[in-house]
Design a protein around this ligand. Structure first.
Ligand code: GBH
Length: 489
Protein backbone atom coordinates (compact mmCIF):
# COMPACT_ATOMS: atom_id res chain seq x y z
CA UNK A 1 0.00 0.00 0.00
CA UNK A 2 2.48 2.61 1.09
CA UNK A 3 5.06 1.57 -1.49
CA UNK A 4 2.90 2.96 -4.31
CA UNK A 5 4.13 6.15 -5.90
CA UNK A 6 0.70 7.04 -7.27
CA UNK A 7 -1.42 9.47 -5.28
CA UNK A 8 -4.85 8.28 -4.12
CA UNK A 9 -7.49 10.83 -5.06
CA UNK A 10 -10.49 11.01 -2.73
CA UNK A 11 -13.98 11.85 -4.01
CA UNK A 12 -14.92 15.52 -4.32
CA UNK A 13 -16.67 16.70 -1.16
CA UNK A 14 -15.00 14.08 1.03
CA UNK A 15 -14.94 15.48 4.58
CA UNK A 16 -11.57 15.80 6.26
CA UNK A 17 -12.30 16.07 9.95
CA UNK A 18 -11.15 15.55 13.48
CA UNK A 19 -13.10 14.31 16.48
CA UNK A 20 -13.24 14.93 20.22
CA UNK A 21 -15.59 14.17 23.12
CA UNK A 22 -16.92 16.52 25.79
CA UNK A 23 -15.51 14.88 28.91
CA UNK A 24 -12.13 14.35 27.29
CA UNK A 25 -11.54 18.01 26.41
CA UNK A 26 -13.92 20.51 28.00
CA UNK A 27 -12.94 20.72 31.68
CA UNK A 28 -15.01 23.39 33.48
CA UNK A 29 -16.61 20.47 35.26
CA UNK A 30 -18.47 22.60 37.78
CA UNK A 31 -19.12 25.74 35.77
CA UNK A 32 -22.34 27.33 34.56
CA UNK A 33 -24.60 24.81 36.20
CA UNK A 34 -22.95 21.61 34.98
CA UNK A 35 -23.39 18.72 37.41
CA UNK A 36 -21.33 15.52 37.67
CA UNK A 37 -21.62 12.81 35.06
CA UNK A 38 -20.72 9.20 35.77
CA UNK A 39 -17.22 9.98 34.47
CA UNK A 40 -16.72 12.75 37.05
CA UNK A 41 -17.71 10.36 39.79
CA UNK A 42 -15.63 7.50 38.39
CA UNK A 43 -12.49 9.57 37.80
CA UNK A 44 -12.73 10.95 41.33
CA UNK A 45 -12.92 7.41 42.73
CA UNK A 46 -9.41 6.33 43.78
CA UNK A 47 -7.93 3.55 41.69
CA UNK A 48 -10.19 3.92 38.67
CA UNK A 49 -8.09 6.18 36.43
CA UNK A 50 -4.33 5.95 35.99
CA UNK A 51 -2.51 8.56 38.07
CA UNK A 52 -5.78 9.72 39.64
CA UNK A 53 -6.37 11.95 36.60
CA UNK A 54 -9.78 13.56 36.12
CA UNK A 55 -11.54 15.64 33.48
CA UNK A 56 -11.96 18.60 35.86
CA UNK A 57 -9.75 20.78 33.67
CA UNK A 58 -8.90 18.47 30.76
CA UNK A 59 -7.62 20.70 27.93
CA UNK A 60 -9.81 23.58 29.05
CA UNK A 61 -11.69 23.59 25.75
CA UNK A 62 -14.71 25.15 27.48
CA UNK A 63 -12.65 28.35 27.69
CA UNK A 64 -10.34 27.87 24.70
CA UNK A 65 -12.88 26.84 22.07
CA UNK A 66 -12.24 29.88 19.88
CA UNK A 67 -8.54 29.10 19.75
CA UNK A 68 -9.33 25.44 19.05
CA UNK A 69 -11.60 26.34 16.14
CA UNK A 70 -8.87 28.61 14.79
CA UNK A 71 -6.45 25.67 14.99
CA UNK A 72 -8.85 23.56 12.93
CA UNK A 73 -9.25 26.35 10.42
CA UNK A 74 -5.48 26.78 10.15
CA UNK A 75 -5.20 23.07 9.46
CA UNK A 76 -7.81 23.40 6.74
CA UNK A 77 -10.23 20.88 8.27
CA UNK A 78 -13.64 20.71 6.64
CA UNK A 79 -15.42 18.88 9.47
CA UNK A 80 -15.40 18.56 13.25
CA UNK A 81 -17.13 15.93 15.37
CA UNK A 82 -17.72 16.84 19.01
CA UNK A 83 -20.06 15.63 21.73
CA UNK A 84 -22.44 17.48 24.00
CA UNK A 85 -22.10 17.07 27.76
CA UNK A 86 -25.58 15.97 28.82
CA UNK A 87 -25.21 17.25 32.39
CA UNK A 88 -24.06 20.64 31.08
CA UNK A 89 -27.31 21.19 29.23
CA UNK A 90 -29.71 19.18 31.43
CA UNK A 91 -28.07 18.84 34.84
CA UNK A 92 -30.44 16.37 36.42
CA UNK A 93 -30.84 14.33 33.25
CA UNK A 94 -34.50 15.23 33.16
CA UNK A 95 -36.60 18.36 33.06
CA UNK A 96 -35.59 21.84 32.04
CA UNK A 97 -32.43 22.72 30.13
CA UNK A 98 -29.73 25.16 31.22
CA UNK A 99 -29.51 27.97 28.69
CA UNK A 100 -25.83 28.74 29.37
CA UNK A 101 -24.92 25.17 28.53
CA UNK A 102 -26.81 25.32 25.25
CA UNK A 103 -25.30 28.74 24.49
CA UNK A 104 -21.81 27.29 24.71
CA UNK A 105 -22.55 24.79 21.97
CA UNK A 106 -24.41 27.37 19.84
CA UNK A 107 -21.41 29.68 19.97
CA UNK A 108 -19.06 26.81 19.14
CA UNK A 109 -21.19 25.78 16.17
CA UNK A 110 -21.42 29.36 14.90
CA UNK A 111 -17.65 29.70 15.07
CA UNK A 112 -17.19 26.44 13.18
CA UNK A 113 -19.64 27.48 10.47
CA UNK A 114 -17.97 30.88 10.18
CA UNK A 115 -14.75 29.02 9.34
CA UNK A 116 -16.41 26.68 6.86
CA UNK A 117 -16.12 23.65 9.17
CA UNK A 118 -19.10 21.29 9.21
CA UNK A 119 -20.09 20.23 12.71
CA UNK A 120 -21.22 16.71 13.58
CA UNK A 121 -22.89 16.57 16.99
CA UNK A 122 -22.66 13.37 19.03
CA UNK A 123 -25.34 13.42 21.70
CA UNK A 124 -23.83 10.81 23.98
CA UNK A 125 -20.14 10.05 24.36
CA UNK A 126 -20.30 8.13 27.67
CA UNK A 127 -21.01 10.93 30.17
CA UNK A 128 -24.39 10.03 31.67
CA UNK A 129 -25.64 12.55 34.27
CA UNK A 130 -24.82 10.99 37.64
CA UNK A 131 -28.40 11.65 38.77
CA UNK A 132 -29.63 9.14 36.20
CA UNK A 133 -27.14 6.52 37.37
CA UNK A 134 -28.33 7.13 40.93
CA UNK A 135 -32.02 6.80 40.03
CA UNK A 136 -33.73 3.49 40.69
CA UNK A 137 -36.76 3.60 38.43
CA UNK A 138 -37.66 -0.08 38.67
CA UNK A 139 -36.61 -0.57 42.24
CA UNK A 140 -33.26 -2.11 41.29
CA UNK A 141 -30.94 -2.20 44.26
CA UNK A 142 -27.76 -1.98 42.22
CA UNK A 143 -28.39 1.39 40.63
CA UNK A 144 -30.05 2.97 37.66
CA UNK A 145 -28.33 4.13 34.51
CA UNK A 146 -28.40 2.26 31.21
CA UNK A 147 -29.57 -1.07 32.67
CA UNK A 148 -32.82 0.79 33.42
CA UNK A 149 -35.36 1.34 30.66
CA UNK A 150 -36.21 4.85 31.83
CA UNK A 151 -32.73 6.06 30.82
CA UNK A 152 -33.61 5.48 27.14
CA UNK A 153 -36.63 7.77 27.52
CA UNK A 154 -34.55 10.37 29.32
CA UNK A 155 -32.09 10.24 26.43
CA UNK A 156 -34.84 10.92 23.89
CA UNK A 157 -35.99 13.94 25.89
CA UNK A 158 -32.42 15.25 26.03
CA UNK A 159 -32.00 14.64 22.28
CA UNK A 160 -35.04 16.82 21.69
CA UNK A 161 -33.58 19.62 23.82
CA UNK A 162 -30.33 19.66 21.86
CA UNK A 163 -32.18 19.41 18.54
CA UNK A 164 -34.29 22.44 19.46
CA UNK A 165 -31.17 24.41 20.37
CA UNK A 166 -28.88 23.46 17.46
CA UNK A 167 -31.20 22.11 14.79
CA UNK A 168 -31.20 25.32 12.77
CA UNK A 169 -27.42 25.19 12.31
CA UNK A 170 -26.18 21.60 12.63
CA UNK A 171 -26.85 19.13 9.81
CA UNK A 172 -25.04 16.01 11.04
CA UNK A 173 -26.28 14.24 14.15
CA UNK A 174 -25.09 11.08 15.83
CA UNK A 175 -27.09 9.56 18.67
CA UNK A 176 -24.52 7.45 20.50
CA UNK A 177 -20.78 6.93 20.42
CA UNK A 178 -19.69 3.30 20.75
CA UNK A 179 -22.57 1.88 22.78
CA UNK A 180 -20.46 -1.30 23.19
CA UNK A 181 -18.13 0.60 25.49
CA UNK A 182 -21.00 2.15 27.47
CA UNK A 183 -22.63 -1.23 28.05
CA UNK A 184 -19.79 -3.72 28.33
CA UNK A 185 -16.90 -1.63 29.70
CA UNK A 186 -19.23 0.45 31.91
CA UNK A 187 -21.39 -2.34 33.37
CA UNK A 188 -19.51 -5.56 32.46
CA UNK A 189 -15.76 -5.26 32.98
CA UNK A 190 -16.18 -2.07 34.99
CA UNK A 191 -13.08 -0.40 33.56
CA UNK A 192 -15.22 2.54 32.41
CA UNK A 193 -17.81 4.55 34.34
CA UNK A 194 -19.91 3.73 36.23
CA UNK A 195 -17.63 0.77 36.97
CA UNK A 196 -20.25 -1.90 37.57
CA UNK A 197 -19.38 -5.54 36.93
CA UNK A 198 -22.61 -7.39 36.28
CA UNK A 199 -23.15 -9.31 33.02
CA UNK A 200 -26.92 -9.00 33.26
CA UNK A 201 -26.67 -5.24 33.75
CA UNK A 202 -24.33 -5.06 30.73
CA UNK A 203 -26.81 -6.83 28.45
CA UNK A 204 -29.70 -4.76 29.80
CA UNK A 205 -27.60 -1.64 29.14
CA UNK A 206 -26.94 -2.76 25.57
CA UNK A 207 -30.65 -3.17 24.96
CA UNK A 208 -31.57 0.18 26.47
CA UNK A 209 -28.86 1.85 24.38
CA UNK A 210 -30.45 0.32 21.28
CA UNK A 211 -33.81 1.62 22.44
CA UNK A 212 -32.30 5.03 23.23
CA UNK A 213 -30.85 5.19 19.73
CA UNK A 214 -34.25 4.48 18.17
CA UNK A 215 -36.15 6.87 20.43
CA UNK A 216 -33.42 9.45 19.89
CA UNK A 217 -33.64 9.18 16.10
CA UNK A 218 -37.42 9.64 16.36
CA UNK A 219 -37.04 12.71 18.60
CA UNK A 220 -34.51 14.22 16.19
CA UNK A 221 -36.63 13.52 13.10
CA UNK A 222 -39.63 15.25 14.69
CA UNK A 223 -37.65 18.43 15.23
CA UNK A 224 -34.92 18.68 12.62
CA UNK A 225 -35.34 20.02 9.10
CA UNK A 226 -35.40 17.48 6.28
CA UNK A 227 -31.80 18.25 5.34
CA UNK A 228 -30.53 16.88 8.67
CA UNK A 229 -28.47 13.68 8.47
CA UNK A 230 -28.97 11.36 11.47
CA UNK A 231 -26.80 8.37 12.32
CA UNK A 232 -24.80 6.61 15.01
CA UNK A 233 -21.14 5.79 15.63
CA UNK A 234 -20.30 2.19 16.42
CA UNK A 235 -16.97 0.55 17.16
CA UNK A 236 -17.47 -2.66 15.27
CA UNK A 237 -14.85 -5.25 16.03
CA UNK A 238 -12.88 -6.42 13.02
CA UNK A 239 -12.70 -9.88 14.55
CA UNK A 240 -10.82 -12.72 12.91
CA UNK A 241 -10.45 -16.39 13.78
CA UNK A 242 -6.91 -17.42 14.78
CA UNK A 243 -7.14 -20.41 12.40
CA UNK A 244 -9.77 -21.49 9.87
CA UNK A 245 -10.85 -24.34 12.16
CA UNK A 246 -14.57 -24.70 12.87
CA UNK A 247 -13.91 -24.12 16.58
CA UNK A 248 -12.05 -20.85 15.98
CA UNK A 249 -14.68 -19.69 13.52
CA UNK A 250 -17.31 -20.36 16.14
CA UNK A 251 -15.35 -18.22 18.62
CA UNK A 252 -15.35 -15.48 15.99
CA UNK A 253 -19.11 -15.86 15.57
CA UNK A 254 -19.61 -15.44 19.33
CA UNK A 255 -17.57 -12.24 19.52
CA UNK A 256 -19.16 -10.89 16.34
CA UNK A 257 -22.52 -11.38 18.08
CA UNK A 258 -21.47 -9.71 21.36
CA UNK A 259 -19.39 -6.91 19.86
CA UNK A 260 -21.26 -6.11 16.66
CA UNK A 261 -24.61 -7.77 16.03
CA UNK A 262 -25.91 -6.94 19.53
CA UNK A 263 -26.20 -3.38 18.14
CA UNK A 264 -26.40 -3.77 14.38
CA UNK A 265 -29.09 -6.45 14.75
CA UNK A 266 -31.63 -4.08 16.34
CA UNK A 267 -30.43 -0.88 14.66
CA UNK A 268 -30.05 -2.17 11.08
CA UNK A 269 -32.38 -5.18 10.99
CA UNK A 270 -34.77 -4.94 13.96
CA UNK A 271 -33.71 -8.25 15.53
CA UNK A 272 -31.52 -9.89 18.13
CA UNK A 273 -30.00 -12.85 16.33
CA UNK A 274 -30.88 -16.31 17.66
CA UNK A 275 -27.26 -17.24 18.26
CA UNK A 276 -26.75 -14.18 20.51
CA UNK A 277 -29.84 -15.08 22.54
CA UNK A 278 -28.72 -18.73 22.77
CA UNK A 279 -25.13 -17.84 23.74
CA UNK A 280 -26.38 -15.64 26.60
CA UNK A 281 -29.37 -17.77 27.67
CA UNK A 282 -27.66 -18.87 30.88
CA UNK A 283 -27.22 -15.21 31.87
CA UNK A 284 -30.57 -13.72 30.94
CA UNK A 285 -33.83 -14.59 29.21
CA UNK A 286 -33.90 -11.06 27.72
CA UNK A 287 -37.35 -10.47 29.28
CA UNK A 288 -36.43 -6.76 29.42
CA UNK A 289 -36.98 -6.58 25.65
CA UNK A 290 -40.55 -5.38 25.34
CA UNK A 291 -43.00 -5.64 22.50
CA UNK A 292 -42.15 -3.01 19.88
CA UNK A 293 -38.62 -2.25 21.18
CA UNK A 294 -36.91 -3.80 18.18
CA UNK A 295 -39.15 -1.88 15.79
CA UNK A 296 -38.26 1.31 17.67
CA UNK A 297 -34.53 0.59 17.56
CA UNK A 298 -34.75 -0.12 13.82
CA UNK A 299 -35.03 3.45 12.50
CA UNK A 300 -33.88 4.45 9.05
CA UNK A 301 -30.50 6.17 9.43
CA UNK A 302 -28.78 8.55 7.02
CA UNK A 303 -25.23 7.43 7.79
CA UNK A 304 -23.31 4.91 9.81
CA UNK A 305 -20.20 6.03 11.69
CA UNK A 306 -17.39 3.50 12.00
CA UNK A 307 -14.76 3.96 14.71
CA UNK A 308 -11.71 1.79 14.15
CA UNK A 309 -8.36 1.38 15.87
CA UNK A 310 -7.18 -2.23 15.71
CA UNK A 311 -8.42 -5.71 14.79
CA UNK A 312 -9.15 -8.55 17.20
CA UNK A 313 -8.09 -12.19 16.88
CA UNK A 314 -9.92 -14.96 18.70
CA UNK A 315 -9.75 -18.72 19.01
CA UNK A 316 -11.74 -21.36 20.81
CA UNK A 317 -10.83 -21.18 24.50
CA UNK A 318 -7.46 -22.78 25.10
CA UNK A 319 -6.20 -21.23 28.28
CA UNK A 320 -2.64 -22.51 28.14
CA UNK A 321 -2.15 -21.39 24.55
CA UNK A 322 -3.77 -17.96 24.53
CA UNK A 323 -1.45 -15.07 25.27
CA UNK A 324 -4.42 -13.27 26.85
CA UNK A 325 -2.34 -10.11 26.54
CA UNK A 326 -1.27 -10.49 30.17
CA UNK A 327 -2.57 -8.61 33.17
CA UNK A 328 -5.87 -6.73 33.43
CA UNK A 329 -5.71 -3.49 31.52
CA UNK A 330 -7.67 -0.28 31.80
CA UNK A 331 -9.30 -0.78 28.37
CA UNK A 332 -10.63 -4.21 29.24
CA UNK A 333 -8.30 -5.81 26.74
CA UNK A 334 -6.63 -8.93 28.04
CA UNK A 335 -7.29 -11.08 31.07
CA UNK A 336 -9.41 -9.20 33.54
CA UNK A 337 -11.20 -10.07 36.76
CA UNK A 338 -14.49 -9.12 35.14
CA UNK A 339 -15.19 -9.81 31.53
CA UNK A 340 -16.76 -7.48 29.01
CA UNK A 341 -17.99 -10.59 27.10
CA UNK A 342 -21.02 -12.05 28.91
CA UNK A 343 -21.21 -15.78 28.36
CA UNK A 344 -18.18 -16.02 26.07
CA UNK A 345 -15.31 -16.49 28.51
CA UNK A 346 -15.47 -20.27 28.67
CA UNK A 347 -15.53 -20.41 24.87
CA UNK A 348 -13.19 -17.74 23.54
CA UNK A 349 -9.56 -16.73 23.95
CA UNK A 350 -8.17 -13.43 22.71
CA UNK A 351 -4.86 -13.17 20.87
CA UNK A 352 -2.82 -10.20 19.84
CA UNK A 353 -3.09 -9.48 16.13
CA UNK A 354 0.25 -9.26 14.32
CA UNK A 355 1.69 -5.83 13.61
CA UNK A 356 3.60 -2.96 15.15
CA UNK A 357 2.13 -1.71 18.43
CA UNK A 358 1.00 1.81 19.30
CA UNK A 359 1.51 3.25 22.78
CA UNK A 360 -1.78 1.57 23.74
CA UNK A 361 -0.21 -1.76 22.72
CA UNK A 362 -2.84 -1.96 19.99
CA UNK A 363 -1.50 -3.58 16.79
CA UNK A 364 -1.46 -1.43 13.65
CA UNK A 365 -3.44 -3.13 10.88
CA UNK A 366 -5.29 -0.97 8.36
CA UNK A 367 -6.84 -3.95 6.57
CA UNK A 368 -9.32 -4.23 9.46
CA UNK A 369 -10.70 -0.83 8.52
CA UNK A 370 -11.05 -1.72 4.85
CA UNK A 371 -12.77 -4.98 5.80
CA UNK A 372 -15.25 -3.18 8.08
CA UNK A 373 -16.10 -0.54 5.48
CA UNK A 374 -16.85 -3.22 2.90
CA UNK A 375 -18.72 -5.36 5.41
CA UNK A 376 -21.02 -2.49 6.44
CA UNK A 377 -21.49 -1.46 2.83
CA UNK A 378 -23.00 -4.92 2.40
CA UNK A 379 -24.91 -4.88 5.71
CA UNK A 380 -26.38 -1.40 5.29
CA UNK A 381 -26.87 -1.03 1.55
CA UNK A 382 -27.39 2.57 0.48
CA UNK A 383 -26.31 3.98 3.86
CA UNK A 384 -23.31 6.31 3.52
CA UNK A 385 -20.41 5.56 5.85
CA UNK A 386 -18.12 7.90 7.74
CA UNK A 387 -15.00 6.91 9.61
CA UNK A 388 -15.97 8.84 12.73
CA UNK A 389 -12.80 7.89 14.62
CA UNK A 390 -9.40 6.55 13.68
CA UNK A 391 -6.00 7.37 15.10
CA UNK A 392 -3.25 6.26 17.41
CA UNK A 393 -1.44 7.12 20.63
CA UNK A 394 2.32 7.52 20.61
CA UNK A 395 4.79 8.88 23.16
CA UNK A 396 5.00 12.31 21.62
CA UNK A 397 7.40 14.76 23.16
CA UNK A 398 8.36 18.22 22.02
CA UNK A 399 11.91 18.29 20.72
CA UNK A 400 14.36 21.15 20.63
CA UNK A 401 12.54 24.21 19.35
CA UNK A 402 9.23 22.92 20.69
CA UNK A 403 8.27 21.01 17.54
CA UNK A 404 6.61 17.61 17.98
CA UNK A 405 7.81 15.11 15.43
CA UNK A 406 5.49 12.06 15.23
CA UNK A 407 6.40 10.01 12.15
CA UNK A 408 4.68 6.91 13.59
CA UNK A 409 1.34 8.71 13.60
CA UNK A 410 1.87 9.88 10.02
CA UNK A 411 2.52 6.27 9.01
CA UNK A 412 -0.57 5.13 10.93
CA UNK A 413 -2.80 7.75 9.31
CA UNK A 414 -1.32 7.13 5.88
CA UNK A 415 -1.95 3.39 6.12
CA UNK A 416 -5.52 3.82 7.32
CA UNK A 417 -6.40 6.51 4.79
CA UNK A 418 -5.00 4.25 2.08
CA UNK A 419 -7.32 1.52 3.40
CA UNK A 420 -10.28 3.93 3.26
CA UNK A 421 -9.38 4.77 -0.32
CA UNK A 422 -9.14 1.09 -1.24
CA UNK A 423 -12.57 0.49 0.27
CA UNK A 424 -14.00 3.38 -1.78
CA UNK A 425 -12.45 1.97 -4.95
CA UNK A 426 -13.98 -1.42 -4.05
CA UNK A 427 -17.43 0.16 -3.78
CA UNK A 428 -17.84 1.51 -0.23
CA UNK A 429 -19.66 4.85 -0.04
CA UNK A 430 -17.35 6.53 2.48
CA UNK A 431 -18.06 10.25 2.73
CA UNK A 432 -15.55 11.43 5.29
CA UNK A 433 -12.87 10.71 7.87
CA UNK A 434 -12.54 12.14 11.38
CA UNK A 435 -9.12 11.75 12.89
CA UNK A 436 -9.08 10.82 16.59
CA UNK A 437 -8.22 13.17 18.00
CA UNK A 438 -7.86 16.87 17.31
CA UNK A 439 -6.05 17.40 20.62
CA UNK A 440 -4.23 15.30 23.18
CA UNK A 441 -6.83 14.72 25.87
CA UNK A 442 -8.19 12.71 28.81
CA UNK A 443 -7.90 9.13 27.57
CA UNK A 444 -10.51 7.62 29.92
CA UNK A 445 -9.04 5.00 32.26
CA UNK A 446 -5.53 5.93 31.06
CA UNK A 447 -5.93 9.57 32.07
CA UNK A 448 -3.47 11.92 30.41
CA UNK A 449 -0.82 9.22 29.98
CA UNK A 450 -1.80 8.47 26.35
CA UNK A 451 -1.68 11.09 23.62
CA UNK A 452 -3.94 10.63 20.59
CA UNK A 453 -3.85 14.24 19.39
CA UNK A 454 -2.73 15.60 16.05
CA UNK A 455 -2.17 18.69 18.15
CA UNK A 456 0.08 18.39 21.21
CA UNK A 457 -1.14 19.89 24.46
CA UNK A 458 1.25 20.88 27.24
CA UNK A 459 -1.04 20.13 30.16
CA UNK A 460 0.80 22.49 32.51
CA UNK A 461 0.32 25.54 30.29
CA UNK A 462 -2.47 24.38 27.94
CA UNK A 463 -0.27 25.46 25.02
CA UNK A 464 -1.33 23.75 21.78
CA UNK A 465 1.31 22.77 19.20
CA UNK A 466 0.33 21.02 15.98
CA UNK A 467 2.47 17.88 15.61
CA UNK A 468 4.10 17.04 12.27
CA UNK A 469 1.16 14.67 11.67
CA UNK A 470 -1.21 17.65 11.85
CA UNK A 471 0.76 19.45 9.15
CA UNK A 472 0.84 16.27 7.09
CA UNK A 473 -2.92 15.78 7.49
CA UNK A 474 -3.54 19.42 6.57
CA UNK A 475 -1.80 18.84 3.23
CA UNK A 476 -3.86 15.74 2.53
CA UNK A 477 -7.04 17.63 3.44
CA UNK A 478 -6.12 20.61 1.27
CA UNK A 479 -5.35 18.50 -1.80
CA UNK A 480 -7.88 15.71 -1.26
CA UNK A 481 -5.07 13.39 -2.27
CA UNK A 482 -3.12 10.87 -0.27
CA UNK A 483 0.51 10.77 -1.35
CA UNK A 484 1.77 7.39 -2.55
CA UNK A 485 4.51 7.49 0.07
CA UNK A 486 3.78 8.53 3.62
CA UNK A 487 6.87 10.77 3.58
CA UNK A 488 7.02 10.44 7.33
CA UNK A 489 10.69 11.19 7.77
C1 GBH B 1 -12.65 5.31 21.37
O1 GBH B 1 -12.77 4.20 22.16
C2 GBH B 1 -13.41 6.40 22.02
O2 GBH B 1 -14.59 6.73 21.32
C3 GBH B 1 -12.59 7.62 22.32
O3 GBH B 1 -13.27 8.41 23.23
C4 GBH B 1 -11.23 7.18 22.81
O4 GBH B 1 -10.47 8.24 23.29
C5 GBH B 1 -10.54 6.51 21.67
O5 GBH B 1 -11.31 5.49 21.11
C6 GBH B 1 -9.17 5.95 22.02
O6 GBH B 1 -9.26 4.97 22.98
O7 GBH B 1 -11.70 -6.30 22.07
O8 GBH B 1 -12.10 -6.30 24.46
O9 GBH B 1 -10.01 -5.95 23.68
C7 GBH B 1 -12.16 3.04 21.68
C8 GBH B 1 -12.23 2.00 22.75
C9 GBH B 1 -10.57 0.39 22.29
C10 GBH B 1 -12.76 -0.24 23.01
C11 GBH B 1 -10.28 -1.02 21.95
C12 GBH B 1 -12.48 -1.62 22.62
C13 GBH B 1 -10.82 -3.29 22.49
C14 GBH B 1 -11.72 -4.08 23.36
N1 GBH B 1 -11.98 0.69 22.23
N2 GBH B 1 -11.07 -1.89 22.77
S1 GBH B 1 -11.37 -5.78 23.40
Amino acid sequence: MSSSTVNSIFPAGFLWGAATAAYQIEGAAREDGRTPSIWDTFSHTPGKVLGGDTGDVAVDHYHRWREDVRLMADLGLSAYRFSVSWSRVQPTGRGPAVQRGLDFYRALVDELLAHGIRPMVTLYHWDLPQELEDAFPSGSSAGGGWPERDTAHRFAEYAGIVADALGDRVEMWSTLNEPWCSAFLGYGSGVHAPGRTDPVAALRAAHHLNLAHGLGVQALRERLPARARIGVSLNPSAVRPLTPSAADRDARRRIDALANRVFTGPMLRGVYDDDLLADTARITDWAFVQEGDLRTAHQPIDFLGINYYSPAVVSAAARDEADGSGAPRPDGHGASAHSPWPGADDHVSFHRAPGELTAMDWPVDPTGLKDLLLEYTAQAPGVPLYVTENGAAYDDRPGAGGQVHDPERIRYLHGHLAAVHEAIVAGADVRGYYLWSLLDNFEWAYGYSKRFGAVHVDYATQVRTPKSSAHWYAKVAASGELPGESAAD
